[in-house]
Design a binder for this molecule. Sequence first.
Ligand code: MTE
Ligand code: MO
Length: 251
Amino acid sequence: MTSRLITRRRAIVAGLTSIGGLAVARWPGELPPTYGNVLRAGDALTYAAHRVLLPSASLVREYGIGDLTSFPATGTTNPAASVKSALGEAYRLWQAGGFVDWRLSVEGRVARPRDFSLAELKALPSRTQITRHTCEEGWTAIGQWTGVPLGAVLAAAGIRPDARFVVLHSVDDWVDAIDMNDALHPQTLLAYGMNGSALPIAHGAPLRLRLERQIGYKSMKFVRRLVVTDRFDDGGASGSIRNGWAWYNGI
Ligand SMILES: Nc1nc2c(c(=O)[nH]1)N[C@H]1C(S)=C(S)[C@@H](COP(=O)(O)O)O[C@H]1N2
Ligand SMILES: [Mo]
């Protein structure tokens, strides 16, 4: 974490230099919920720059099958081995059963809170995309992802008009939030496939987020629960912010 913190602080300084001319005051809408904390100034700048410069549906570049690269697995690579809680044991059982008993819980500001099995998620519309992943630690890799657009899952549960954020929870106890603009972006997927096969354990099986307009750590692996909220929720002690990660880290 320490090296990531240093990397991130450098990135913020670089961000201030390179887009410092784009005054935050020019952003016509809301500032990100972390604004006000000077250590989070980089969040405001990339958020403001993205929201002003990019139409909300602009797509990141997609590659061809010949562009695939080797793809390292980082962070948690097997919750059954590393998560020392009931969730680690639950994961071991889900994995042993081929994830048939696994469920994604969708809660909060939705008309019909419900669970989804993997089969139910696979029955929803699917999308396959080949994109470049950029990790804050300094490497990139190109992979092919197949999954259900997060927007399709939210639509199946019924998005209430006051929905503003989607808070994601993982098996390894990460909690992170994205706004509805990112949640409904066509390339924002809950992926269950990678490079034409089932998503490997090391890459977040059975379900991971692909959030293509932000840096690597925002693409949560081992997603188990979504909570739609009408206000920003920093995730508390498990949240990205209190663990030293920028809330918005656009690439
Ligand atoms: N739940 C969870 N999600 C996670 C991580 C993790 O350790 N746990 N690592 C993050 C980081 S820093 C990156 S770069 C990518 C790595 O994904 P990969 O292991 O498929 O390369 O997942 C992100 N999502
Ligand atoms: Mo990363």
